[in-house]
Write a protein that binds this ligand. Sequence first.
Ligand code: ATP
Length: 581
Amino acid sequence: MIRELLRAMGPRYARPMTMSLALTSFVSAFQGVLFALLVPVLSRFLGPEPETARPWVLALVAATVLYAVLRSASLHLNFRVGGSVSRALHHRIGDHVVRLPLGWFTGARLGELNRIVTDGVSRTTGLPVHTYPPLADAVLTPVVAVAALFLFDWRIALACAACLVVLWMVFTLSNEAVARGDAARDAVADQAADRVLEYARSQSVLRAFGRAESGRTGLDRSLVAEHGAVRSMLWKAIPALVAYSFTVRLALTLILVCALYLAVGGTLDGATAVALLVLVVRFVHPLSGAAESGAALRMAVNGLGRINAVLDAPVLPEPTDPVPPRDASVEFDDVRFSYAPDADPVLDGVSFRAEPGTLTALVGPSGAGKTTVSRLLARFHDVDGGAVRIGGVDVREIGGEELSRHVAIVFQDVYLFDATIADNLRIAAPEATTEDLDRVAARSGLDRVIAELPDGWDTRVGEGGTSLSGGQRQRVSIARALLKDAPIVVLDEASAALDAENEALLTETAVDLARERTVLVIAHRPATVAAADRIVFLDGGRVAEQGAPAELLAANGRHAAYVRARERALGWRLTADPVRP
Ligand SMILES: Nc1ncnc2c1ncn2[C@@H]1O[C@H](COP(=O)(O)OP(=O)(O)OP(=O)(O)O)[C@@H](O)[C@H]1O
């Protein structure tokens, strides 16, 4: 448990945590000495010469004062360390998660991560304050007290030691039952959390198809499964907890009987028997709570195991000696890539070059691998074979921060944070001035959107940017990429219909940017394709053709056929007259 805890907290917080646990353990053990001192004090006080109790009373008073000081120091430290546990874990999980490949963030992982960050961390936060101290009292205090008992009466001490061994066995069994039930519950609770997220996200689709009620079936199933897992955990845990509590009472009764037997038989004097019984009754109290604390500990350990599993997930390796790119050229050299180790390759031997100051259009049918090319360029994933280079340097050698400074991406599905438009732009450049914002707004057409909104730059966009239209979101996203001022810009043109003004704006922006940058456009519109310096036509994860637009049209190959088909589709859409009766 301690190893898991210290591993999760990392080296920075491990030292104060170790000190807190060590001090708590020492105080609990010292409490055992305090309890043991009751025996000479009481046996002498109740015996024929009560005045001989005086030095023991003084020792008990001194030990009590020392105990009070140590206990308060330990409580103080525990609260301080407890407060830092959640901070440490949140920072460590956050720092690690941002370095994970994007492939790690599957739907199932999101629910799990959500529960780990909330439930898993909160279970662990209580560990140094609420879980470990009563457990240390329940284990260490009786062990030390029983060890001290051997100094006064070995027969009672032996009986107590035997009872402690049996109690430990029942305690371990009860803990294992709780741990098993809790792990099973965690697995289904993760699934339920995923289904809740999915159900909330898919509301518009479900309502559009009149499935708001029936679309809940998956969610209902996982909630029922979670309910079942909680019940099954209780069925396993409650008998184990009851069995432990019963064993504690039985042990106490056996020790009482044993002491009475010895006292009646005359081999134990009455005063010592009373003193021993007071001692035994005294440490039964912390022992009774051990099963509940042990269950809480097992649940915290399960949570820690899940936190450590996230922290152990392999990150994209960073270079030890990062090499800066020599220029803004982009090169894909025989790149092979698949999203899962056993899946078919999504890119298979892709090679092309994009020079600085040019516009390259990535063209091809849906699923050809265009978006994957942009993801590999930004190193959201590492290639399985070949290399992606920027300025002649493999992106794996550049280093995360430098790479991020070099590449700006305008995604097709624009995600905006629930903040103002200005805040959403400043994600790209936190220090940007109002003049900087106005400059990129004028260049991206965002200035017209800002002028129409009553709160202008201070308009809140809602979660994901839902209070803006698709076209408005795209302009915010372009302005954000411009503000980043990266030498390489990737524009993922929306394949969904945009109005004519927004369509023209995207093409204009791409051409404008390509004067001084390397621009890659995942192009769906003939106008953008025609404006490109070079076209890379992808099909089925391979480069089917590449060259200047005029060259490819003259070659009358795959690209020319694709353009004709797109033009026919768009022409039909634009010119079709309504059918009149
Ligand atoms: N995150 C992912 N996990 C697994 N497979 C993926 C993932 N993203 C894309 N794919 C698969 O990779 C292939 C290429 O997808 P990609 O999005 O790169 O194509 P595209 O050419 O950009 O398509 P579109 O024009 O429709 O956006 C597709 O078969 C797709 O199903």
